[in-house]
Write a protein that binds this ligand. Structure first.
Ligand code: BDP
Length: 326
């Protein structure tokens, strides 16, 4: 009797699990912080279109743009927990939850965007991807996010120009260390709050790439964009690891293919729209300042590296892998 009942319960539970599995597989939600006009808006829409096509309609992905499902750190937790299935995430805010991802948040670790992609395509990328997947956020494709530079009312030509300035950074201790190392006051803050904070003088400056500088109006409240290019941070299409692993191998391949094709498309959009964003802000009167010698910014980061590697000696291997990648 008891056995019969437990078999019945087991059967019901299996059926429910299967139904739940089917329901989630059919109906995925994705988080994106950006709005129309930003390359990642197009990149994520392309991912949704291709996922449906590649999986023969078995997975339908709805993308929620503009950060409406929460701030980036919140959304990351939601993907890890499986409350949201996917998202376009910057690796910066992933660093506090997955140490290996912090490689990309060491200032000037990459020589260029192509160098960053070469590092991600090699052993370092494998180590980072595995650590992220183990933490519940599995990267299945990489987006271009250009380089981040400082902007403020005043021009920033040397690290000394940052001294005394309150600079907004993303949520990661490496960024607060980076600003402090130049004598500035770091202010971690959600992306959605930055425009207002710049406007009201809560912060004096921030740092980002051209599309983000333009698209959410930061250029309306800061006059100088100075090309320090101190951080080249990749972004991912990431999915909840358990949900991805629960798919059949064929479905996994289809989702990955869709993500990788969408990422190639995003990189094309990036090239065009990032250039356009620069021209647009220049046309709006922004001074875009070249920094001929980035050496002083790089040397200012020596203590950031030293402190970080002293506290995290296991990260030396990833630093070496990045540095030895041609
Ligand atoms: C943008 C990234 C976005 C970040 C934002 C920020 O695409 O993921 O949230 O910067 O500075 O470039 O918070």
């Amino acid at each position: 009797m008891l056995k019969k009942l437990s078999m019945k319960l087991l059967g019901a539970a299996t059926a429910m699990t299967m139904m739940a599995g089917m329901a989630t597989a059919a109906d995925w939600r994705a988080w994106n912080i950006h709005n129309e006009g930003h390359p990642n808006f197009g990149g994520m829409n392309k991912f949704a279109e291709l996922v449906e096509k590649e999986t023969g309609g078995e997975i339908k992905l709805q993308v929620f743009h503009g950060g409406v499902l929460g701030s980036q750190p919140d959304a990351l937790e939601q993907v890890r927990a499986g409350a949201i299935e996917a998202g376009n995430f910057n690796l910066g805010p992933i660093g506090p939850m997955v140490k290996e991802a912090n490689l990309v948040s060491l200032p000037f670790i990459f020589k260029s965007v192509p160098h960053m992609f070469r590092v991600l395509d090699g052993e370092a990328g494998d180590i980072i991807s595995k650590a992220m997947a183990d933490a519940g956020i599995m990267p299945i494709a990489w987006f271009d996010a250009g380089a981040r530079s400082f902007y403020a009312q005043k021009e920033i030509k040397t690290p000394a120009d940052v001294k005394g300035l309150k600079i907004r950074v993303m949520n990661n201790n490496l960024y607060t260390a980076m600003i402090s190392a130049m004598g500035g006051n770091p202010s971690p803050m959600a992306f959605s709050e930055v425009q207002q904070a710049l406007k009201t003088g809560v912060v004096d400056g921030a740092e980002n790439n051209f599309p983000s500088y333009k698209n959410v109006g930061h250029f309306e409240v800061t006059k100088n964009y100075s090309l320090s290019e101190h951080l080249i941070i990749p972004e991912c299409i990431c999915v909840n690891t358990a949900k991805f692993n629960a798919l059949s191998p064929a479905m996994q391949a289809s989702v990955k293919k869709a993500a990788q094709e969408a990422a190639l498309y995003q990189r094309e959009l990036w090239a065009v729209q990032s250039d356009k964003a620069r021209k647009d802000v220049e046309a709006a009167g922004i001074m875009v300042n070249e920094i001929a010698d980035k050496g002083p910014f790089q040397s200012a980061m020596d203590s950031v590296y030293a402190d970080y590697l002293k506290a995290n000696p296991d990260m030396q291997k990833l630093v070496d892998l990045a540095k030895s990648t041609k």
